[in-house]
Design a protein around this ligand. Structure first.
Ligand code: NAI
Length: 302
């Protein structure tokens, strides 16, 4: 028997979690199932670099969920192809008749310094992280629009927000996901579809190579608490980025300074007004690209 959760219930909801055979995805799948969601545990069982396949990890997590009285089904398609993404959503429909939440979590690493990074290191990373989010979210999105409800979560990273040595392909893919949710938040608004990003920090096999003195505090379950909030029907956030690790949750945002205005702007003006350009007093966090045009408009007195 599954325990009854007091608080944010997922009873009747269907969640797809990609890359849920281990690490963060496993924790998300267990947490959503604990809250009553019917879960598609997707994982093709790849190595950290994305090579190989193994049916085992997804099936094992399904076993864990059902042993705890929850409901889940395994799926081993790859997020990296359009057909794989469609098949993952088809699994949800065939098993549970609907889909409400997509947690794009699957990920791989091909870390190399930029001068050593060739196409073979870039394409697989973009295919899994960035195109993977398109491949899985698009077929779900079509249903979200029809049913007037949906929740999308993408897994971004501090490597994308702030940069990290040796992670050019990974960081690029991760920050691109922020652009994706910013647009999905706007396109989804009238259909009650929210799209948000998390930037987790957790001790998993992906971070095993990093010598982090805080590892013992970095339980993947902290990120799952944020996922369970963002994926819930009561959550009104959309287009937001939440950083989460070690029990700390914080908002990450893009801001723009008020800036310096000169209709006859020259390179010398830029050089001579860096203080004003970089002055972050009264910075703005535009909700869409027209909001920044609004700042210019008010500075121009229009
Ligand atoms: P992990 O390596 O334990 O989990 C990734 C999972 O994705 C693996 O189980 C793997 O088999 C699966 N996967 C890989 N390619 C796939 C594909 N094409 N289709 C379906 N599944 C596939 O690593 P972790 O740490 O749990 O990572 C989860 C996500 O969180 C990733 O997107 C990662 O980039 C992101 N992340 C993790 C951080 C951390 O501190 N652990 C920091 C920032 C982001």
């Amino acid at each position: 028997m599954r325990e009854t959760v007091v608080g944010l219930s997922y009873e009747g909801r269907v969640a797809v979690v990609t890359g849920a055979g281990g690490g963060l995805g496993r924790a998300h799948a267990l947490e959503l199932a604990r809250r009553g969601a019917m879960v598609v545990v997707n994982d093709l069982g790849a190595s950290l670099s994305g090579d190989g396949t193994d049916d085992g990890p997804a099936a094992l997590v399904v076993k864990e969920i059902t042993a705890a009285g929850g409901t889940a089904v395994a799926d081993t398609h790859s997020v990296a192809t359009v057909e794989g993404g469609q098949a993952i959503i088809d699994t949800a429909i065939e098993a549970f008749g609907r889909v409400d939440v997509v947690v794009n979590n699957a990920g791989i690493l091909r870390d190399k310094t930029f001068h050593n990074t060739g196409p073979d290191d870039v394409d697989p990373v973009l295919d899994v992280h960035l195109k993977g989010a398109f491949n899985v979210t698009r077929p779900a999105w079509i249903r979200f629009r029809e049913q007037g409800y949906g929740r999308v979560i993408v897994t971004s990273s501090s490597a994308g927000f702030w940069g990290n040595f040796g992670q050019a392909s990974y960081a690029s893919a991760k920050l691109a996901l922020v652009g994706l949710i910013k647009v999905l938040a706007q396109e989804g608004r009238k259909y009650n579809i929210n799209a948000n990003a998390i930037g987790p920090v957790a001790a998993t096999r992906m971070t095993a190579g990093f010598d982090n003195p805080l590892n013992e505090f970095l339980d993947p379950g902290h990120a799952s608490a944020v996922v369970a909030y963002l994926g819930h029907e009561s959550c009104g956030l959309s287009g937001e980025i939440l950083s989460v690790g070690g029990g700390r949750v914080a908002r990450v945002f893009l801001g723009v300074t008020q800036g310096y205005l000169n209709p006859a702007l020259s390179a010398e003006d830029v050089r001579d007004h860096l203080d004003q350009i970089f002055d972050d007093t009264n910075y703005a966090t535009p909700g869409n690209s027209m909001d920044e045009v609004g700042i210019l408009s008010s500075m121009l007195g229009r």
